[in-house]
Design a protein around this ligand. Structure first.
Ligand SMILES: [Zn+2]
Length: 360
């Protein structure tokens, strides 16, 4: 059967344009102008992206199953107290799905690669808002419930998603129309200064994570005395926090492949571990919040800010609209590239993207 399907060949780092290079990954690159079919076929072929795709594609189904269970078992739509959990679970489906699609189709062209990852960043931003909505509803320590910070927490979290997506998209090519246009002449960060670009991306995702977790960090690390909500759930929160920091560490350091470039090209490189730790962290986060939701329900219903359309579904919809607008803004100059320009570029991988990315 396999002999009937000819799997596309893979390339080494020197055979593909610089825009496709991954730090300390030497081999296993797909053709930089792969067809959509080749991209899908590559799911069943060992390349340096295969496990990146599967480590997010399978968890998408796990979180989707959780979401469907909550909808079916808890008659969630009639109970506004459950809405934040639904939004959070929806965001947990979206971010691994967007990521696995981005990793699958990112080798169709340099332009496709940028646009794919713009969507990936937008989905991560949306997940940060999903976390904020669920934290606001269920995990705020008793002491802080209904305070000024609690009341301004979700609006700030929505604003943060704009900063996060904007900064992460900016880290690839700079500002749309001003610093890059259809032929990407004045490209900025990623090629000229990859470290700065990486730094911007780390900040873009660390910042909303740290903001979202202020109430949780206060509750589990700093709070003393009455009103600290010191319950059995804290151990699950510790697991989630430890995994989140490990996720950030792997993303920022590129370990272990940096210690032995070429040795982890297919299995075990930092991006795969980053995906796995991120998903495990999300799993523990979900378990912790579900437990808080159940145990604290009577108290929260009596004392906390009521869950309304505007502080749950409305905030999520606003976030989706704002983030899609940002992604479209950053993608427009790339989409308007004349098609003939890419067609001219020939078949050899090195030449293929030369016209759309000067850092090839
Ligand atoms: Zn990824």
């Amino acid at each position: 059967m396999l002999s009937l399907i000819r799997l596309p060949r893979v390339f080494t780092i020197n055979q593909v344009p610089k825009v496709f290079h991954e730090d300390s990954i030497i081999s296993g690159y797909r053709h930089p102008r792969s067809s959509a079919t080749d991209c899908i076929l590559s799911l069943f072929q060992l390349t340096n992206e295969t496990l990146n795709i599967w480590t997010h594609f399978l968890p998408t189904w796990y979180f989707l199953w959780k979401l469907v269970m909550v909808v079916l078992m808890q008659a969630a739509w009639q109970d506004s107290f459950t809405w934040p959990l639904l939004i959070f679970l929806f965001s947990c489906c979206i971010y691994p799905l967007a990521s696995s699609c981005a990793h699958t189709f990112s080798t169709m062209s340099a332009r496709a690669r940028h646009i794919c990852f713009f969507f990936d960043y937008g989905a991560l931003s949306f997940y940060s808002l999903g976390s904020a909505i669920i934290y606001s509803a269920y995990i705020f320590p008793d002491k802080w419930v209904n305070g000024f910070f609690h009341q301004s927490y979700i609006p700030i979290a929505v604003f943060n998603t704009v900063i996060c997506t904007g900064l992460a998209c900016y880290s690839r090519l700079g500002l749309p129309f001003l610093q890059y246009n259809h032929d990407i002449v004045k490209r900025f960060p990623e090629c000229q200064s990859p470290r700065f670009s990486k730094f911007l991306r780390v900040v873009a995702f660390a910042y909303p994570y740290l903001f979202d977790n202020i109430p949780l960090f206060y509750r589990v690390f700093l709070c003393e005395g009455e009103g600290c909500t010191d319950n059995d759930t804290n151990i699950l929160h510790y697991n989630h926090i430890a995994l989140a920091f490990l996720t950030g560490f792997l993303f920022a350091t590129h370990l272990p492949e940096r210690l032995a470039p070429g040795s982890f090209d297919y299995i075990g490189h930092s991006h795969q571990l980053f995906h796995v730790c991120g998903v495990l962290g999300t799993h523990f986060q979900m378990k912790a919040v579900e437990q808080d939701m159940v145990t604290r329900r009577p108290w929260l219903l009596e004392h906390s800010i009521p869950v309304t359309f505007s502080n749950s579904v409305g905030a999520a919809l606003l976030c989706l609209v704002l983030n899609l607008t940002i992604i479209i803004l950053f993608s427009l100059p790339l989409l308007s590239a004349p098609v003939c320009q890419e067609k001219k570029c020939g078949k050899s991988p090195k030449k293929a993207s030369a016209k759309v990315c000067p850092c090839c």
